[in-house]
Design a protein around this ligand. Structure first.
Ligand SMILES: [Zn+2]
Length: 512
């Protein structure tokens, strides 16, 4: 007889259910494990054995063989402990085989028999549900997280002794603690704290309403980071599906708070000295490491001092900006990681940082300035609809009190409702960028949703004079639609077109 149950391994952001088989047969006592297991899994032998013995369960006096299938999947980490223990319990007759056959087990075992939390439980629970399993047994500490996944029963397991009680029907399966719908509490970064900077506040609101990527150029200390950090607070809360995905990603990365669904869009701000792997993703062999671009999925990726980032890293941004994913290629497989984010970049105007504004005291040579500008041109900047130049606020500006994030978020939401309604027939398949002006194909924009006559004339004139490229004109049109949505106009007016043009007029400075 062979006992049969299920565990899970995670690759990238995807969990895969694997079969765990235990065979206890006559022969010299021993414990072998087959099926491409890494060191942590191999150490499971010691953990499972000690955990069982210390829980008062006798260890089989014969030969124990565990097979992890499919064998071609490399098994990593300690999350398979509980599944291995369950298979052995069933095979040695401590619990009925039928009690483990249709369930998925996930959890690490302590030597004392306690069941310890693991990362990535949401992904496992999703995979289990989608593969048709009815029950997932998880560590108590992960149970609230697992229970966020609808459509599958989740049991919270404290220790091995309790697991035996549950599987033999002596105690009912304990319910997971109620998962909290984590209310996006007051953001730490509120727009009310930003004094002055009316233009930047306006640009941030437009970026949020239309889903436009944003760049900010200005001298050090002008408040670029202050503005960028406030974008998540004015974006609409994540939808159910997006929130579950974002929470699952945080859970795999070990960043989830372990209790609630994350409704607030994530914010990632990798430092320019961070490795390419930590920004884009990487790792060796089957060790797939998510980068900041994936942790920022459904949220905001902020690159401060963008020109200081490695050329390679900036180039690699192309793939997620175009396709919303990162593909990591390995010798024998490829992993696709989600990476759809709202990009905000900030940069100094030149290497010394002071080549802008009244009485600029720039000390850079022309060559230095040119080299610097080249780093920030091309494919990356091409994707950025809003290009803002920030200057130091005047003393009078500093006295003006700004609106709070909550007030701005209301307008953003209303504007998005308008654009979602307008684009409902033209939206692309993947659900979550539907209705964003920034995501709309240029052709549809020009053909079906032109600006007002006067606005169109201004746009044509700018094109004729070479002030705008065709692509640039499309970007202006997209931003103008967002302005129209924010202003509750049915069509971009001449004023909207003009303002949208002014928000990208700094292109010359960026690429000077
Ligand atoms: Zn300079």
């Amino acid at each position: 007889m062979v006992a049969h149950t299920h565990g899970s391994v995670t690759l990238g952001v995807q969990a895969h259910i694997i079969d765990v088989e235990a065979d206890v047969s006559a022969g010299l006592p021993g414990f072998t494990m087959v099926g491409l297991a890494d060191t942590a899994v191999n150490e499971a032998r010691e953990r499972v054995k000690s955990a069982m013995t210390n829980s008062g369960i006798s260890w089989p006096k014969t030969r124990v063989t565990i097979a992890l299938l499919p064998a071609s999947w490399r098994k990593r980490g300690s999350g398979l402990d509980l599944a291995i223990a369950a298979a052995i319990l069933a095979e040695s007759g401590v619990v009925p085989g039928a009690a483990v056959a249709q369930s998925v087990f996930v959890g690490e075992l302590g030597l004392d028999g306690s069941v310890r939390p693991v990362t990535g439980v949401i992904a496992t629970t999703l995979a289990a549900r989608d593969a048709g399993y009815q029950q997932v047994l998880v560590p108590v500490a992960n149970a609230a997280e697992a229970a966020l996944v609808p459509g599958v029963s989740v049991g919270a397991i404290r220790d091995l002794a309790q697991l035996v009680q549950v599987l033999t029907g002596r105690t009912p399966l304990p319910d997971p603690p109620a998962s909290t719908e984590s209310k996006p509490g007051p953001s730490l970064a509120d727009l009310a704290d930003v004094r002055g900077q009316l233009e930047a506040r306006r640009a941030l609101e437009i970026a949020a309403a239309g889903g436009h990527h944003l760049s900010m150029m200005g001298t050090p200390g002008v408040g670029k980071t202050l503005i960028a950090e406030r974008l998540p607070g004015i974006l609409p809360p994540l939808t159910d599906a997006a929130a579950l995905q974002a929470t699952a990603i945080a859970s795999i990365a070990g960043l989830a708070d372990g209790c609630g669904l994350q409704r607030r869009p994530p914010f990632q701000a990798p430092h320019h000295t961070a490795s390419k792997a930590s920004i884009i993703g990487g790792g060796r062999g089957s060790q797939v490491r998510m980068g900041a671009v994936t942790l920022a999925h459904h949220g905001v990726l902020f690159l401060d001092e963008a020109a200081e980032f490695d050329h390679d890293v900036l180039n690699a941004m192309r793939q997620p900006l175009e396709g919303g994913v990162i593909r990591l290629h390995r010798a024998d497989f490829a992993v696709v990681l989600p990476a759809k984010f709202h990009l905000v970049i900030a940069a100094n105007p030149c290497p010394c940082g002071y080549g802008i504004g009244r009485g600029s005291s720039c000390s850079c040579s022309t060559l230095q300035r040119r080299r610097y500008a080249i780093k920030l041109s091309g494919p990356l900047m091409d994707r950025i609809d809003l290009r803002l130049t920030m200057t130091r606020p005047s003393v009078a500006d500093l006295r003006t009190e700004g609106e709070s994030s909550a007030v701005v978020a209301q307008r953003v939401l209303a504007a998005r409702d308008r654009s979602t309604h307008r684009w409902r027939e033209f939206s692309n398949e993947d659900g979550d960028s539907v209705g964003l002006n920034a995501a709309m194909p240029s052709a549809a924009l020009r053909r079906h949703f032109p600006p007002s006559d006067q606005g169109a004339q201004d746009l044509m004139r700018a094109l004729d004079r070479g002030l705008l490229t065709l692509r640039g004109a499309d970007r202006v049109l997209r931003v103008a639609w967002t302005l129209a949505d924010l202003n509750e106009r049915g069509q971009p007016s001449r004023h909207d077109i003009g303002f949208a043009m002014s928000l990208r007029a700094t292109e010359g400075e960026w690429a000077a």
